[in-house]
Write a protein that binds this ligand. Sequence first.
Ligand code: AMP
Ligand code: GLY
Length: 422
Amino acid sequence: MRILVLGSGAREHAITTALLAEGAGHVITVAPGNAGIAADVETVSLDPTNGPLVAEYAIENGIELVVVGPEAPLIAGVADPLRTRGIPVFGPSGAAAQLEGSKAFAKRIMAEAGVPTGRPLSAGTVEQAVAAIDELGAPYVVKADGLAAGKGVLVTEDRQAAVDHATYWLQHGPVVVEEFLDGEEVSLFFLSDGHDVRALSPAQDHKRLGDGDTGPNTGGMGAYSPLPWLTDRWESEQAFVAEVTELVALPTVRRLEHEGTPFVGLLYCGLIVTEQGVRVIEFNARFGDPETQVVLPRLTTPLSTLLTAAATGQLAGAPEPTFSADVAVTVVLASEGYPENPRTGRVITGVDAANAREGVSVAHAATAVLDGDLVATGGRVLSVVGTGSDFAQARERAYAGLADITLEGAQYRTDIAAKVAR
Ligand code: AMP
Ligand code: GLY
């Protein structure tokens, strides 16, 4: 197949790697990609948020499937002109992508679909925010309504910090104050064709910058899959997945279908497993990063088959996704100053040595080649993935690969998947 992948991060590198691993001879182009992706497939400099341009490119080049990686192009509506022109696209319309683009929209859909979530109070003014903060009490959860690249959410015991956060983000639009939910987080991905869904294997992200879940929120500093502790509470991973399918994914997809904004693409369910049951903390309209880097290497069903079935309304007839018994761990290497003010342009070495290790593969997140050197071009730079028969082995491999790599001032967590690797 001729496949066009939009995006430039480690998620898109992992998607490309999974498509290549099928061995089906796909011709893959990534726009715009990065240095790691360009070493594997063709890249093209095309603005992924420019829908008409992307559609023109896809038609001229006989593209049979477009896979949209990041949220910004989705929310900008890149999928709309593609769909209008009959090109199969894995990624929701601009209207359906509001599930990620607006917390208030997501909360409304959840309420109407009866999906369990933290109780939300919307605020458009500082007075309303303060009232909501005092009504829901500590710990306080305050979220900017629109896209904020992981910076819009504050969870704190400090009332003044909660009020300050709300006050700051109210300059950009409404905020949502939410009931605090206590428990383990799960990222569960569902492929959706607008009516039916198929679940992938669960993963857990590590959102805070520092070891022990300290420091600021980030896009994600590492992840692992599957989640062995789910069976403390459910009979099996399948039982957990079936429950989330019934309680969360299907009602959400059916509600959007009913509203005339069908969701075709990846429904990312960000969940917290509380004492009272599973609750949604957020939806995203795309594959998660870094979770994709640990879910896709374990997928044994051809990814292109699943994405095409979703894009063409044929998931009901598609195979149930299956996963290897191997486990996967990824550790993100980030630039000095990330997430506030990442230092870019510094030289990276050792990626080839890491890739040469058994069970290690490096997904590039923000890299370019400059005068023959590999350089960092953003905050999250690389995602080093280790796979193995157990978490101790996968973790050891990921960290051994990471140790091969040098980048001045780089930051990474040393405790990714530590709690499952005993
Ligand atoms: P979000 O951008 O909505 O995923 O939030 C970022 C992070 O904040 C999540 O991964 C959680 O760790 C935390 N968080 C968000 N909402 C809640 C909540 N209602 N209760 C507890 N923690 C939350
Ligand atoms: N890893 C969190 C996200 O992709 O939003």
